[in-house]
Design a protein around this ligand. Sequence first.
Ligand code: IMP
Ligand code: MG
Length: 175
Amino acid sequence: MNNKHIGEIIYSEKQIKERVKEISQLINKDYKSEEPILIGIFKGSVYFLADLSRELKIQHNIDFLSIGRFKSTDGTKEKVKITKDLDLTIRNRDIIVVEDIIRTGLTHSYIVKYLAPKRPKSIKLCVFLDCKVQRLVELPIKYNGFEIDSKFVIGYGLDYEEKYRNLPYIAKFRQ
Ligand code: IMP
Ligand code: MG
């Protein structure tokens, strides 16, 4: 593998494992008498969701949504649309949206706008990395892994041109 883009490691495999365990303990406690659906957003959240799911002791289901970004026909605006829909019915269910990283919050607010009219019982957000300084829309984060600054990062699901998702740690991207 050509590793030239892998910079300094910010969170090691061990730190990630420990943090995932801590988050799963919070979810076990909060949902001890519920059966939530974890909804992962392709593709970045796949690694985090799989680790989290295996640490949970409560009954739960998993499902995935994929969203794509397109230029509008006149090329001026970026449009977002669902490219892989849910398989499960979420009406009256407790939803935990699992995401890799939140920066502006625009992706997540699009997802909430899509899910809310389906009338779930609740929607909470669980995100592995939170970059607060870049936020453009206010969002309540219920569970978060780590906070990061504005630098682009790779690994643990996060890609650069579809590569480096499989790194077991999170590293700074090196140009
Ligand atoms: P937001 O809409 O600005 O909150 O951006 C969130 C989405 O952008 C994430 O779901 C990622 O797919 C992508 N993204 C944002 N920052 C990074 C990064 O540092 N590395 C890789 N992907 C990123
Ligand atoms: Mg990406």
